[in-house]
Design a protein around this ligand. Structure first.
Ligand code: COA
Length: 405
């Protein structure tokens, strides 16, 4: 029997659909949690795949604004994608991606973005690796900041209620200027970021909320848990940093001074950092941070013209891009000129040639056209074309997304 795909219509169906991904997380059907999740991912944004009456696959979208260079853009945050192992490799993911992308285009969301469970899955649907993510496992005794850096500000541990009032404002200041950040509604903070129900602890302790004040004003924060561990009569506990944000260079430094200084732990772990985080230069021994790099956000231009129009450019110059292929939207294919920030379909000779996946990779500025060309993802179509494209798409700091969704 052919599998049908359509959005869910009510809570029962929504919960049944989430079972497809719950299978892989090993989590139980939980009506209360599902109902809360629907405040962020509404019923109509969750596609279910039906085999007869049975639901065998799920694919959802969290609608938010993604910060891009010079602005922000409505984005489909693709999540909870799963097909039950009883139905794998029958084209169900493909069918769900098709329906989802069509729906995203109809809703005028120019881009989609996701964190890939496996890097081999999403390229075929037009997603390109657009940002990198750094992970660190610092040994506390070696992780001190350089002694020449003055200590500033004070840190307070705050209640959940105070955190809900203070932290979103700091985040918002940083979000607006950091490509890769997602907008968070009040529900998002409550249901996700500052939610400390036991199922979210994964073996670690309670959520600690620390706020840094500089000149009496909240300027940064850290969310972290401590995972208690003893071995050979020695405390081998880890600090798990979920999010550490400062609204200035000093604030970022002081938030990290606080985190690296927590006593009676062996390591400080953080999984979501920009690859060019200043911490590498702030500490005395960067090697002891055990810095590793992984794939971050994958971006898919859903409407190429609208996506190119939505971001800002580093110069007023002109560049012409030929998009050679798109596995889903044939009208994305063609030649596009960006000129003084305006985008139009054009008949000019292209500077660079690339498919929609490579355009997604270049979109946030995380990978230059020159690097993409070196990797065989982009072709220079006119002499100096790569340099012209990079002059426009260049960004000052690596894009990064502070949360896996
Ligand atoms: C990943 C998953 C959704 C694939 O579903 P599926 O219905 O088996 O996929 P399809 O049959 O539609 O496959 C579509 C294509 O993707 C490929 N593919 C599917 N899963 C893949 C994987 N894990 N790695 C590499 N390729 C994969 C298929 O080979 C097929 O390729 P083709 O177009 O060249 O024939 C499913 O295996 C799953 O639920 N995995 C666990 C949860 C997960 O990883 N979810 C993603 C969260 S971001």
């Amino acid at each position: 029997m052919a599998v049908r795909v359509r959005p869910t219509r009510d809570l029962e169906e929504y919960l049944d659909t989430l079972e497809a991904i719950n299978h892989y997380f090993g989590s139980e059907r939980d009506p209360e949690r599902g109902e809360r999740f629907s405040r962020l991912l509404p019923f109509e944004r969750l596609h279910a795949a039906f085999d007869g009456k049975a639901i065998v696959g799920s694919a959802g979208v969290l609608p938010f604004d993604l910060t891009v260079p010079g602005g922000e853009v409505p984005c489909a945050g693709v999540t909870v994608v799963g097909v039950l192992p009883t139905h794998r490799r029958r084209g169900i993911l493909k069918a769900m991606m098709r329906e989802q992308l069509t729906d995203v285009r109809e809703r005028s969301e120019p881009i989609a973005a996701l964190w890939a469970s496996e890097e081999t899955i999403y390229g075929r649907f037009g997603y390109g690796l657009a940002s990198l993510d750094a992970m660190m496992r610092a040994t506390r005794v070696h992780a001190a900041l350089r002694p020449d850096l003055p200590q500033e500000g004070t840190v307070r541990l705050v209640s959940r209620e105070e955190a809900l009032r203070v932290i979103p404002r700091v985040y918002e200041r940083v979000r607006r200027r950091t490509p890769g950040f997602v907008s968070r509604s009040a529900d998002w903070w409550e249901v996700r970021t500052l939610n400390d129900e036991p199922s979210r602890r994964h073996g670690a302790g309670v959520l600690n909320r620390a706020v840094l004040e500089l000149d009496g004003r909240p300027a940064g924060y850290a969310l972290y848990r401590i995972r208690l561990d003893f071995e050979d009569a020695t405390n081998r506990s880890k600090v798990h940093v979920l999010e550490a944000v400062g609204d200035s260079a000093v604030a970022t430094r002081e938030v990290w001074r606080f985190l690296l200084g927590i006593d009676w732990v062996e390591e400080i772990h953080c999984d979501l950092l920009p690859v060019d985080h200043p911490l590498l230069l702030l500490v005395q021994r960067p090697n002891r941070l055990a810095w590793k790099v992984f794939d971050g956000l994958w971006v898919r231009p859903v409407d190429v013209a609208a996506a190119l129009q939505a971001r800002g450019y580093a110069s007023d110059g002109r560049v012409t891009l030929e998009v050679t292929a798109d596995p889903h939207f044939s009208d994305n294919v063609g030649t596009w000129t960006v000129d003084g920030g305006a985008v139009r379909r054009s008949s000019r000779r292209p500077d660079v040639r690339l498919d929609v996946q490579a355009l997604g990779a270049a979109y946030l500025g995380g990978f230059s056209f020159a690097r993409l060309a070196a990797a065989g993802r982009v072709e220079e179509a006119a002499r100096g074309g790569l340099a012209r494209a990079d002059a426009l798409f260049r960004v000052d700091a690596a894009p990064y997304c502070p949360e896996i969704f």
